[in-house]
Ligand binder design. Structure first.
Ligand code: SF4
Ligand code: SF3
Length: 569
């Protein structure tokens, strides 16, 4: 196996024996083969000139497949085997469609007489000319693993081309995850599917130059913005705009279910099925921002947030005592059978030994098994008390715009730090807590994603009633932070988003942070600091392009970085 898609890549280079995340060789290889299959599907769609608007099932399954391969989403080899088989069937159906269209479009007698070639008569690519990714066949797991060994990341020999291809693919994984959440709420955009096919097919194309791939990387960011906007619209049209909310971090006396991940429809269904049962529901990690939506406030049993970011789950699940539902990443493979027996997965997530709950044809999920288990288990053990405040997504901040603008004009707020992104278990991430503690008192942190847990309980106070940590929501709500920046640019009548007193110090871990980064680059944001380490998948040359063109930088020491940020603009 070889995988270098996340910030924890072994030795800063890549995992080659077993993932630091816990992914084993078999799952890593099956993930590689699934991505390769998706590339084949994409080539058929692009070269066969199929219309993504007419490919509903394929579009949806492509999103799910991509999402399953995100770090910490799915550790279940059986689920990957099934997904590969499903995608191969869909792929072969697409090939048949192209073949049938070609036969229909074969040059007729008169066209032949006029010497028209196949292409000129409306035909697309001949099936025989497709890439191996569109044609290979495997029937057993052993064959899958054998094939996978030849099509992984290292199959691209040139390290710069490999780096750019993988940067695009990781961006697409994040994009697909966001598009899938929007789809679960009934919102989709055919241009997003068309781009996914275009970009994945391009990663098979050996004739593309590094410049072509850099352009495609930025286009990935453009569609990242589209996908995040789509999800924002899906979430807010269904559950209302996030508003300032205090969230309880202590516990109540009832037995309870903990829900983690990012999917709001799963949460809604769980709340509907638990109301009136005496079972409380708590959020964990990235599900915390659900409390900010008006649509979830009507549930009396939706009582608080338990614990911190994903990586603390080993001890926090132990003391939670009740069942846990994962709707997406980040799963840490459980250490004990007891905890494993309390973990349930749904959607793209999965783990061997944990019950997986599938949706029916209408997207409905039956969580009764989880509720029955909760009834038999103890209430959560309290690990902390108090409240945290959040809900500063775009509409809430716009409502406070006058106050914010006055504070900037009067000098009460000197600078904003966008510190969106992911948290992780590496010790070096203490940097972010120290950074938050040490920035001047006249600065404000704008955050989104699970990165917030490094400083959202620090009691950093407020500036004239504006909290010094403004949490917009989940990682995808980084979109809100971009809208806020664009709004400030308009209010202050600036030509360039980089002239604002906003500095970007982003923490990344998995591929959703990659699409957030590419989206920010597409929006013209420069001088983003990315940590705690730069991605292993950036070759020295590709890293240089990012440094020279966009001013991307790593992190240094807290003091030096704060001084440099405060001096800039
Ligand atoms: Fe290693 Fe990260 Fe890949 Fe897991 S996802 S195998 S930790 S690089
Ligand atoms: Fe966190 Fe996994 Fe990335 Fe959605 S939950 S931000 S790491």
């Amino acid at each position: 196996m070889f995988c270098y898609q996340c910030q924890e890549a072994a030795k800063g280079k890549g995992c080659s024996v077993k993932g630091v995340c816990g992914k084993n060789e078999e799952v890593a290889k099956l993930q590689d083969l699934l991505i390769y299959t998706l590339k084949g599907v994409s080539e058929i769609v692009i070269k066969g000139k199929l219309n993504p608007a007419e490919l509903g099932d394929v579009n949806h399954e492509v999103l799910k497949s991509m999402f399953m391969t995100i770090t910490n989403a799915n550790f279940d080899a059986v689920a990957f085997e099934k997904e590969i088989k499903k995608m191969l069937t869909l792929r072969n159906n697409l090939r048949d469609m192209v073949d049938a269209a070609n036969k229909k479009g074969s040059p007729n007698f008169f066209q032949k007489l006029l010497g028209l070639k196949k292409e000129q008569s409306g035909k697309t690519i001949a099936v025989a000319d497709l890439h191996n990714a569109a044609k290979f066949e495997v029937s057993s797991k052993a064959e899958m693993l054998k094939k996978a060994a030849t099509v992984g990341v290292l199959a691209t020999e040139n390290e710069d081309v490999r780096s750019l291809r993988e940067l695009i693919i990781y961006g697409l994984k994040g994009l697909a995850a966001y598009a899938e959440h929007a789809l679960n709420l009934g919102k989709e955009d055919d241009t997003v599917y068309a781009f996914i096919y275009e970009a994945l097919a391009a990663t098979l194309n050996d004739t593309l130059s590094a410049d072509d791939l850099v352009a495609l990387t930025l286009k990935t960011g453009q569609f990242g913005v589209t996908a995040m906007a789509l999800l924002d619209e899906a979430n807010t049209s269904k559950y209302g705009h996030p508003e300032i909310t205090e969230v309880n971090i202590g516990v109540k006396k009832n037995p309870a279910i903990l829900i983690s991940g990012h999917d709001l429809t799963d949460l809604e269904q769980l709340l509907e099925q638990t109301k009136g049962t005496g079972i409380d529901v708590y959020t964990h990690s990235e599900m915390l921002p659900a409390h900010y939506y008006p649509g979830f406030k009507k549930y009396d049993n939706f009582v608080g947030n338990y614990g911190n970011a994903w990586w603390k789950q080993i001890e926090e699940f132990e003391s939670f005592n009740g069942p846990i539902l994962f709707t997406t990443n980040c799963i840490v493979p459980p250490k004990s059978d007891e905890v494993r027996s309390r973990i349930f997965t749904t959607g793209a997530s999965g783990h061997p030994g944990c019950v997986h709950i599938e949706a029916d044809a209408n997207g409905k999920k039956d969580f009764s098994k989880i509720i029955e288990l909760a009834k038999r288990l103890k209430a959560p053990t309290e690990i902390e008390t108090g409240k945290i405040v959040g809900g500063f997504a775009h509409e809430q901040v716009f409502a406070l715009a006058d106050k914010v603008v006055d504070a900037v004009k009067s000098g009460a707020i000197k600078k904003f730090f966008v510190m969106a992104g992911c948290d992780g278990r590496m010790k070096s991430r203490d940097y972010y807590t120290e950074f938050a503690q040490n920035i001047p008192a006249d600065t404000v942190i704008l955050t989104a994603g699970c990165a917030k847990y490094r400083y959202n309980k620090l009691q950093l106070g407020d500036i004239g009633g504006i909290p010094r940590v403004l949490d917009a929501g989940q990682c995808n709500d980084s979109y809100s932070l971009a809208l806020i920046a664009l709004k400030l640019k308009e209010v202050f009548e600036l030509n360039d988003i980089n002239d604002l007193p906003i500095a970007y110090n982003i923490a990344w871990y998995e591929q959703k942070a990659v699409i957030v980064l590419l989206a920010l680059l597409h929006l013209g944001v420069k001088n983003i600091h990315l940590g705690p380490t730069l991605p292993a998948f950036l070759s020295p040359n590709v890293a240089n392009v990012l440094i020279e063109t966009f001013g991307i930088a790593g992190i240094g020491t807290v003091d030096n970085d704060i001084a440099a940020f405060m001096d800039a603009v």
